[in-house]
Design a protein around this ligand. Structure first.
Ligand code: XMP
Length: 435
């Protein structure tokens, strides 16, 4: 393994991810582990040069103070304790500064002088390590990949193609909740341009039937996630000899699905919804990367820019943008309005500027007037946000002319819609998606 690593033990400190990012920004790899990791587990990790134990108000969970195991201190690896009473560590600090740059400055002497870590965390080394790890994990077995065509799964596909070539079987499932033109594009790019072993399955009807009358967002996610895995299992059975399932899980998915010390925000289907009878072992080479790092990885493994810089798209797709129980008319309306929004953003050069932009259709109607008669139709909500890592987000300040142009087109071209709104809410308090 090429890279040194600093380990952050998770006592619920809200700065944990910022600390991890700050260490990586210093050129040293870092990962966050549960606070109760054993010394044996810690020693099994490659090249750990230092440990950060960070307390804060959340290290009281359900009335109990949680702490790291005593054996971690004095194990020979330097420990930095912040806001956490512990006498036996190498360095102590009372609190973290507010911004990431200051955190970075503060960490520098610990990382380099105390831990003597080498600044050897970079994409080529990360990729070389992941290739080695994947080859070690997989051997000569076959891996099935859920290739949605989004940034994460595309980067996984390209990385795995480098690691194991034709042992990788990509399956693109059209769950009926994809954007306009998307399945066609995935087939074109991966089969024709990247020469991947790709199976295309149109399972739209099957998904939409399962989702009929299901209004609860978490339930919808679980159904979509579970059905996804079932489709893959069926494909695997047809193929024979598939032992592994690759997934584009990234770090924010894991953090937001809840750790021992962080409350769950919402379950992301690639973490929370796996059925219990799952027969595959998982391969998740991006699970420690933040979104911006995933893109850098994509560039490094040679994916076309259009794919790497494309906006993220959630696994459950338009299913969580067609609010409440999905109906086919509203699903088509969300698909059409999203296509209009994307086209107008591209024309205006906003597609490379805005991090994520899409439309939402709620499950209620409002009164309007069309051709001098009363109409009772659905609204379309526009969402356009900027963020670095999807943990917080701000709203793009769109100019009126483009908002008017998009509104005009949606009202003229999308049947069943009589109103367009722009969502001004940042995250928090809103999340990026509406469900
Ligand atoms: P939220 O809505 O949680 O979204 O602020 C943060 C980012 O995650 C995406 N997202 C998902 N991705 N499965 C995914 O793979 C999901 O269930 C899911 N829910 C949200 C969202 O689009 C945004 O980029």
């Amino acid at each position: 393994m090429k890279q040194d690593m600093l380990v952050i033990l998770d006592l619920g400190c809200k700065e944990n991810t910022t600390i991890a990012r700050a260490i990586r920004a210093l050129g040293v790899y870092s990962e966050i582990y549960p606070h109760d990791i054993t010394l044996e587990q810690l020693k099994a990790l490659p090249n750990v040069k230092g440990i950060i134990v960070s307390g804060g108000p959340n290290h009281v969970v359900d009335g109990e103070i949680i702490s790291v195991r005593d054996e971690i201190y004095g194990c020979g690896i330097p420990v930095l304790a912040v806001d956490h009473a512990q006498a036996k560590c190498e360095r102590k600090l009372d609190a973290w500064p507010e911004d990431e740059a200051e955190i970075q400055t503060m960490l520098r002497p610990f990382v380099f002088d105390v831990c003597k870590a080498e600044a050897n965390w970079n994409m080529p080394n990360f990729i070389a390590d992941q290739i080695e790890l994947v080859r070690r994990q997989v051997g000569n077995k076959k891996v099935l990949l859920a290739l949605s065509g989004g940034v994460d799964s595309s980067v996984v596909a390209a990385l795995l193609l480098k690691a194991i070539g034709d042992q990788l079987v990509c399956v693109h499932v059209n769950h009926g909740l994809l954007r306009k033109g998307e399945p066609e594009q995935v087939v074109d790019v991966f089969r024709r341009q990247l020469n991947a072993n790709l199976i295309y399955v149109d399972a739209s009807e099957r998904f939409l039937t399962k989702l009929e009358h299901v209004a609860d967002p978490e339930q919808k996610r679980k159904i979509i996630g579970a059905e996804f895995i079932r489709v893959f299992e069926e494909e695997a059975r047809k193929l024979e000899g598939i032992d592994f399932l690759a997934q584009g899980t990234i770090y924010p998915d894991i953090v937001e699905s809840g750790t021992k010390t962080a409350k769950m925000v919402k379950s992301h289907h690639n973490v929370g919804g796996l059925p219990e009878d799952l027969q595959f072992e998982l391969v998740e080479p991006l699970k420690q990367l933040f979104k911006d790092e995933v893109r850098a990885c994509g560039v490094e493994v040679g994916l076309p820019d259009g794919m790497v810089y494309r906006q993220p798209f959630p696994g459950p797709g338009l299913g969580v943008r067609c609010l409440g129980a999905i109906t086919r008319d509203r699903l088509e309306a969300v698909r059409e309005s999203d296509a209009i929004l994307r086209e107008e953003f591209q024309k205006a050069g906003l597609d490379r500027k805005v991090w994520q932009y899409f439309t939402i259709i709620p499950d209620f109607r409002s009164v309007g007037v069309r051709d001098n008669a009363r109409c009772f139709d659905y609204p379309v909500i526009i969402r356009a946000v900027n963020t670095v890592d999807a943990m917080t987000a701000t709203v793009e300040e769109l100019d009126w002319p483009i908002l008017h142009q998009i509104t005009r087109r949606i009202l003229n071209e999308v049947p069943g819609v009589n109103r367009v709104c722009y969502d001004l809410s940042p995250k928090p308090t809103a999340t990026i998606e509406w469900e």
